[in-house]
Ligand binder design. Structure first.
Ligand code: NAP
Length: 245
């Protein structure tokens, strides 16, 4: 499998690190990062497109479409955008007759082949590629894809939350390495519960909450202070921005 990548920033690096056995041809900017990755580097963005049947666009969301619009694609190519908030319709307008797809993924977790990817519409080639960097969810409707794509921001925010929690433990005297492991292991353990248990979320939350206990105390304060409902507000805001409403 050979993929051309336009825009070699953080996301591209994570995907390249995670996708073992895939050959990449990279756009030439970000020389230091490109050199570190040890992949083939094209002379220009157009040379990436000329060299590859499949092109993954990891350019900045604000400017990437304009860059893609200036490139010449040929029949039979396939282009997938990873740019947050760039719609399939806009991508397809930019690449002309070529097949276009949109995707979303967490980024860093993909470097460890642990990041879920979203793909719209379904496509065997891009599903196979994204399968190298984690589980893949293909979508039949743009509406469902757009809602699910908010996970891109939720994923990043969850890292901030983990840092915040680790900082609390460190602030009370725990070693930073232990605090970091503790937060990661607790969340990984609970994530495994969601993935493996047959119980619904209401039953799982009831199971981990002792009446009058410390979980009830902590959640009660978070709820009273609006810390849980603030996630709804924040995710609504990201959703509105990504779908342009
Ligand atoms: N980071 C993530 O984990 C993540 C996750 C999901 C989706 N995304 C999406 O992925 C895209 C890239 O995000 P990022 O975090 O990787 O951003 P980033 O680190 O800023 O990377 C963007 C890269 O594109 C390069 N670039 C800009 N204009 C270019 C051009 N005309 N031709 C060739 N290269 C150009 C930049 O090079 P210079 O440094 O030289 O400007 C930079 O290396 C965004 O659209 C974002 O929404 C990111």
């Amino acid at each position: 499998m050979r993929i051309g990548i336009l825009g070699v920033g953080s996301l591209a690096e994570y995907l390249i690190r995670g996708a073992k056995g895939v050959e990449f041809v990279l756009s030439p900017r970000s020389a230091e990062r490109v050199a570190r990755l040890g992949c083939e580097v094209a002379a220009s963005n157009q040379a990436v497109v000329d060299a590859c049947d499949a092109v993954l666009v990891c350019l900045p969301a604000a400017t990437g479409l304009g860059v893609v619009q200036g490139l010449r694609f040929r029949a039979g190519q396939t282009v997938c955008s990873a740019m947050a908030g760039v719609s399939l319709a806009a991508l397809r307008r930019a690449v002309g007759p070529v097949q276009g797809y949109v995707s979303m993924m967490p980024g860093y977790a993909n470097a460890y082949a642990m990041g879920p990817s979203l793909l719209y519409p379904a496509d065997p080639f891009w599903a196979e590629f994204l399968g190298h960097v984690g589980p893949v969810h293909e979508f039949d409707t743009v509406e469902a894809f757009e809602v699910a794509a908010v996970m891109g921001a939720m994923s990043g925010a969850s890292v901030f939350l983990m840092r915040h929690l680790a900082d609390w433990f460190v602030g009370r005297g725990l070693e930073p390495d232990l605090a970091r492991r503790l937060v990661a292991e607790v969340l990984r353990g609970n994530a495994e519960v969601l993935l493996r248990s047959d119980e619904g979320l209401d039953a799982i939350t009831a199971g981990v909450t002792t009446k009058g206990g410390i979980t009830e105390q902590l959640v009660g304060i978070l709820r009273d202070r609006g810390a849980l409902s603030a996630w709804d507000e924040a995710m609504d805001g990201v959703f509105a921005r990504m779908v342009g409403r």
